[in-house]
Write a protein that binds this ligand. Structure first.
Ligand SMILES: Cc1ncc(COP(=O)(O)O)c(C=O)c1O
Length: 459
C-alpha cells in the first residue's frame, strides 16, 4: 500500500478536536499548499520555526546523504561527525565562550536542560541549595512540566498548575503596560530591578538562574525590552551569583536580524537555548549551549552530565541543522531578516495608523508583534470576543498564516506574531501586508456589526 493512502479516520489529536485542519501537502519557499490546492503564505513560519522557508532542495540532499551513512548512534556509545561539526561551527559564531552544546529534540527539553546544567554548576561548586530558576510573569519556555513551570503563560499552565513551579514572578519589561505604571526611561528600569527584589525575597543562596526570552514570544507577541535592560539584568545576576539563561528558541538563528537576539543588547548569557530555527522545521533539534565558565566546575568536578534523551545529538538531525546553518550563511539570511524586518515593521505601522484596533507594533527583524485593543486608551477586548482567533481565521481564509501570541494582559489580551521565513523577498512582504490588511478590514467589519463572519480554525 502506498504511504499516501488512507488515514482519514481522524485519530490524530489536533488542538480543536471538533475540527480537523486542512492537510498540508507540500511547501515551497514562503508558501504552503493544502491538499485542496489552496496556497497559504506562511506569515509566521509555522510556529516561528521554518526560518529558511519550505522545500529547500539543499536540505533534502543533506538529509539523504547523511541517511545513506548513519541516521542514529547513541550518544553515550558514540560521538558522530555531524554533531561535532555543528557544535564547532555554531560555537565559532556565538558570543563569548558559549561553545559547549547539548543537543536535544525540542525547545522545551533544551530550556529544562539549561536549568539542570545551571543547578549542576552550583552543586559542583558546593552550593547545592541554589536550585530555583526565576523567570518573568509574561514568558514561555516550553510545554513539558519543568519548562512550563518556568513559564508565565496562564493559558498553558492552568490545567497543570498544582504540578508546576511558582517562580515565574519577575516583572516583565512590558513598556506598553508597565507593571509599575511608569514609562521609559524615567522608570530607571524598575522591571529589571525587580529581579533583585525577587532574588532578595527568595535568598540568593537558593537561586540558581534567571531565564528570559530576549524578546518575549508566544506569550508576549515580541515584547521588546529597552536597550539597557539586559545590561542591568547581567549586572544583577553577577552581583548575586545567579546564572543568566537566554532562551533564544524563538529569537535565535537570525530571526531578529542578528544571529542571536542577545547580540542586539551586547550581553552574553551563561547559557543560551536554541531550537526552532536550528532545524528550521526540517528536523527536531534544539540545544542548550553553555559557556566555558559554566562548564569548568562540571568538567573539573564530577566530569559527568547524565541527563539526555534517546535521540540527543543524533547524526541525522545534526546533519540537517548543519545544512540549515550553511543555507542561512550562504544566502545571507540574517541580513535579509534585518532588511525585510524594517520593511515589514514600516508596513505594520502603516496598518496600525489605519486600523484603530492595532494598539502597538513591536519587535525586531522578522519577529514582529501586533497587540490588539478595543479602544484608543488600550483597553483589551474581553476574552469572550476571541479577537485573536477571529483575526487568525480571517487571515487563514485569505491564504495567510499568522501566529497567536495572546496572554500578556493578565493571562489574556489579544496579540499575534508576524514572522515569515527569513528568505522572504520585498514583493512578498508587500503581499503579506495586503492579505493582513484584508483580514483586518473583515475583522473590523465583524466587530462593528457584532457578527462573527469568520469560519474555520480556532486560534
Ligand atoms: C522561547 C521559547 N522557548 C521554548 C519553547 C518550546 O519549544 P518546543 O515547542 O520546541 O518544545 C518555545 C516554543 O514556542 C519558545 O518560543
Amino acid at each position: 500500500m502506498s504511504s499516501g493512502a488512507g488515514g482519514r479516520s481522524g485519530h490524530v489529536i489536533h488542538p480543536d478536536l471538533r475540527r480537523t485542519p486542512p492537510r498540508a501537502l507540500r511547501g515551497e519557499g514562503i508558501y504552503l499548499y493544502a491538499e485542496d490546492g489552496t496556497r497559504y503564505l506562511d506569515g509566521c513560519s509555522g510556529a516561528v520555526a521554518a526560518n529558511i522557508g519550505h522545500g529547500v532542495p539543499e536540505i533534502r540532499e543533506a538529509m539523504l546523504e547523511q541517511a545513506e551513512k548513519l541516521s542514529f548512534s547513541f550518544r553515550s556509545q558514540f560521538s558522530n561527525e555531524p554533531s561535532e561539526t555543528l557544535a564547532e561551527r555554531l560555537g565559532a559564531l556565538l558570543p563569548g565562550s558559549l561553545g559547549w552544546f547539548f543537543f536535544v529534540n525540542s525547545g522545551s527539553e533544551a530550556t529544562e536542560l539549561a536549568a539542570k546544567l545551571a543547578i549542576q554548576h552550583w552543586q559542583e561548586r558546593g552550593l547545592p541549595r541554589k536550585t530555583r530558576v526565576l523567570s518573568r510573569t509574561v514568558s514561555y519556555h516550553g510545554m513539558t512540566l519543568g519548562a512550563l513551570g518556568m513559564s508565565g503563560h496562564a493559558g498553558r499552565r492552568s490545567r497543570f498548575e498544582p504540578l508546576l513551579a511558582k517562580d515565574a514572578i519577575v516583572a516583565s519589561p512590558y513598556c506598553l503596560r508597565c507593571p509599575f505604571g511608569r514609562s521609559y526611561p524615567s522608570c530607571a528600569l524598575a522591571c529589571a530591578d525587580d529581579l533583585q527584589a525577587r532574588i532578595d525575597a527568595a535568598g540568593a543562596d537558593t537561586v540558581a538562574a534567571f531565564i528570559a526570552e530576549p524578546l518575549v514570544g508566544a506569550s508576549g507577541a515580541a515584547i521588546t525590552p529597552p536597550p539597557d535592560y539586559y545590561r542591568r539584568i547581567r549586572a544583577i545576576c553577577d552581583a548575586n551569583e545567579v546564572l543568566f539563561i537566554a532562551d533564544e528558541v524563538m529569537t535565535g538563528m537570525g530571526r531578529t536580524g542578528a544571529l542571536v537576539a542577545m547580540q542586539h543588547y551586547d550581553v552574553t548569557p551563561d547559557l543560551l537555548v536554541l531550537g526552532k530555527g536550528l532545524g528550521a522545521g526540517y528536523t527536531p533539534i534544539a540545544a542548550a549551549v553553555a559557556s566555558d565558565e559554566l562548564m569548568r566546575p562540571i568538567r573539573e568536578g564530577s566530569g559527568a552530565v547524565l541527563y539526555g534523551h534517546t535521540l540527543s545529538a543524533n547524526p541525522l538531525s545534526a546533519a540537517v541543522a548543519l545544512a540549515v546553518l550553511g543555507y542561512l550563511q550562504d544566502h545571507d539570511l540574517v541580513a535579509n531578516a534585518a532588511a525585510r524586518g524594517e520593511q515589514l515593521a514600516a508596513g505594520l505601522r502603516r496598518l496600525a495608523r489605519e486600523h484603530r484596533i492595532i494598539g502597538e507594533v513591536r519587535g525586531k527583524g522578522l519577529l514582529q508583534g501586533l497587540e490588539l485593543v478595543r479602544d484608543a486608551d488600550l483597553t483589551p477586548f474581553p476574552p469572550s470576543e476571541n479577537v485573536t482567533g477571529r483575526l487568525i481565521r480571517h487571515a487563514f481564509a485569505r491564504g495567510l498564516l499568522v501566529y497567536p501570541a495572546a496572554g500578556a494582559v493578565q493571562g489574556s489580551g489579544d496579540a499575534v506574531l508576524i514572522a515569515p521565513p527569513l528568505t522572504i523577498r520585498e514583493a512578498e512582504v508587500e503581499e503579506l501586508l495586503r492579505l493582513l490588511e484584508d483580514a483586518f478590514v473583515e475583522l473590523e467589519r465583524d466587530l462593528d456589526s457584532g457578527v462573527d463572519h469568520a469560519l474555520g480554525i480556532r486560534a
